[in-house]
Write a protein that binds this ligand. Structure first.
Ligand code: ME8
Length: 516
């Protein structure tokens, strides 16, 4: 049976900053969804990349006495190294300075030009270079950028314009007919009132600098960096090239994951551009909130309150990093991030509950069953099994949570099994059952149930914590959980084969206070 396609993207990040916990957050979220969808049998295409054109990048390059291309090239490794470290499984990585992208942009703009959606006019207005955004005088707050509060530049140029103002009614109809187009709902309201307020046409070209894709019909102009950037979602699939089979297969995207700062670009400008080009629209734009410092203020290097992915990974490990940002930060809401809380979640969920469960139960399998998964005696086949009852609902709960990008809900569902299994072991007291040959059958039943709960927890946690899930599977004599493409089937209770070897190893998660 051929697999259904599933296309998920992150924003392409500006190349002139270093990757940080914010950009890592969106990328990690997309990776978690991509990993789950692969395990659930989809043919996933996961795209991330870098936004390398525009005035801001050109200015950074000049500050560093480099050509813009050299500057961009020098920045890429920081991103790809961090994504590798975090175990990000993107299928493609697009840089907007690549030939394949420029071709896609030019093809797209030519189409809009041919369809009569572009016109040339003089532009007078304000431009915020850090935000790469045009603002009217009314948009400004105290004469400054309404988004970042910085000085804006007065721009007077001959520009090409896109007839964005013609798309207001079609956009409002889209929001009505496809309420899932923008999630969560609070963002939908924000975008809707922006469009209802009336839209201006959008300047889509610049002439005062040349670091961008030239317009095919007027090469003295380079494409406005946001229009250039949005097209990455299709240029990466081969749109505008001789081989557009990936475009045919994966477009429209199932999810564009973005931060709340860039929803207007993704929910107003991008769908209008696609409507003008007669191309299908993405199914969901899902906007998450902002990560702030522990006291709720903006993280910044100068304030000394910024947390860095590499420092956190060094302290907690990759899996715990991934687990914290998915299990404790509600996707969609702002969150204050501090190490006290990260340590608390790490110790409570990972060291004391999940890691401890597996350590106890695997040790007992080694001690009481010579390091083998015990066989459940036939007379226990119909016995009450509270762990199986929880496990039986896990696939549906996780699937439904992931489709709503509710990572907290999915991890909580798995943790319910882990907590219950710890209680179960406490209540059943296998160390007492081991004292008499009469209770050997019950001992096998209890140890099997606890081991099987560990297997299922690791299975469902694999998209969140691939390293420890793979390790736990290996210690139960099982193959790579991340390579599974039928999680529903693998998630059926009883999948752990009796007789499999159970091996000892270091604790999966050492309590933070116990670390040197
Ligand atoms: O906007 N908390 O790139 P960018 C959570 N190139 N997420 C955060 C964050 C924070 N404090 N700070 C940043 C651009 N992000 C454009 C995008 S897409 C066609 C072009 C994340 O480098 C979040 O995903 O400024 C946000 O939307 C993105 O980084 C902005 O990245």
């Amino acid at each position: 049976m051929s697999k259904e396609p599933f296309y998920i993207t992150t924003p392409i990040y500006y190349v002139n900053g270093k990757p940080h916990i914010g950009t890592a957050y969106t990328t990690l979220a997309a990776d978690t969804v991509a990993r789950w969808q692969r395990m659930d049998g989809y043919d996933v295409h996961f795209l991330t990349g870098l936004d390398e054109h525009g005035q801001k990048v050109a200015a950074s390059a000049a500050e560093h006495n480099m050509s813009p291309q050299k500057w961009c090239d020098s920045q890429v490794k920081d991103f790809t190294d961090l994504w590798d470290l975090l175990g990000i499984t993107n299928d493609d990585f697009i840089r907007t300075t690549e030939e394949r992208h420029a071709r896609g942009v030019q093809e797209f703009l030519q189409l809009l030009y041919d369809k009569g959606y572009l016109y040339k006019d003089s532009y007078e207005g304000n431009y915020c270079t850090p935000c790469e955004t045009f603002y009217t005088d009314e948009d400004l707050v105290d004469g400054k950028c309404p988004d970042c509060g910085r000085e804006v530049e007065f721009v007077q140029e001959e520009n090409w314009f896109f007839k964005l103002s013609e798309f207001g009614d079609r956009l409002l109809a889209l929001y009505d007919e496809q309420p899932e187009f923008i999630r969560p709902a609070i963002r939908m309201n924000e975008v809707r009132s922006f469009v209802e307020g009336g839209m201006h046409d959008l300047s889509i070209s610049r002439t005062s600098f040349d670091w961008g894709v030239p317009l095919p019909f007027d090469p003295d102009h380079v494409c406005y960096v946001w229009v250039d950037a949005l097209i990455n979602y299709i240029s990466a699939l081969g749109y505008g090239s001789a081989d557009d089979s990936a475009f045919e297969r994966y477009w429209p995207a199932d999810f564009h994951l973005v931060g709340k700062d860039i929803i207007r670009f993704h929910c107003v400008i991008w769908p209008a551009m696609l409507m003008a080009a007669d191309l299908p629209l993405p199914k969901n734009v899902f906007a998450h909130g902002f990560l702030m410092a522990a006291d709720g203020s903006k993280m910044s290097k100068s304030k000394g309150n910024a947390l860095y992915p590499l420092d956190l990974i060094d302290r907690y490990g990759v899996d715990a990093y991934r687990y914290y940002f998915t299990s404790d930060v509600t996707f969609g809401a702002d969150a204050n991030i501090g190490t006290d809380r990260i340590t608390q979640v790490y110790n409570a969920d990972l060291a004391n509950s999940y890691g401890n469960l597996f350590s106890r139960v695997s040790n007992m399998a080694i001690k009481y069953f010579d390091g083998r998964v015990p066989e459940v005696p036939a007379d226990f086949a119909e016995a009450d099994n509270p762990l199986k009852d929880i496990a039986d609902g896990l696939y549906e709960r996780c699937r439904s949570c992931i489709s709503d990008i509710d990572f907290c809900g999915a991890t909580q569902a798995v943790m319910e099994l882990v907590h219950r299994a710890n209680l179960y072991v406490e209540d059943a007291a296998p160390w007492n059952l081991a004292k008499s040959p009469d209770t050997k059958g019950e001992l096998a039943f209890v140890i099997y149930n606890a081991l099987e709960s560990c297997r299922l927890a690791a299975l469902y946690l694999a998209p969140f914590m691939p390293i420890s899930s793979t390790e736990l599977f290996a210690r139960l004599g099982l193959g790579d959980p991340c390579a599974i493409d039928d999680v529903e089937h693998e998630g059926v209770w009883g999948g752990l084969p009796a007789g499999n070897p159970v091996t000892k190893g270091d604790p999966l998660f050492v309590r933070i206070s116990d670390k040197a």
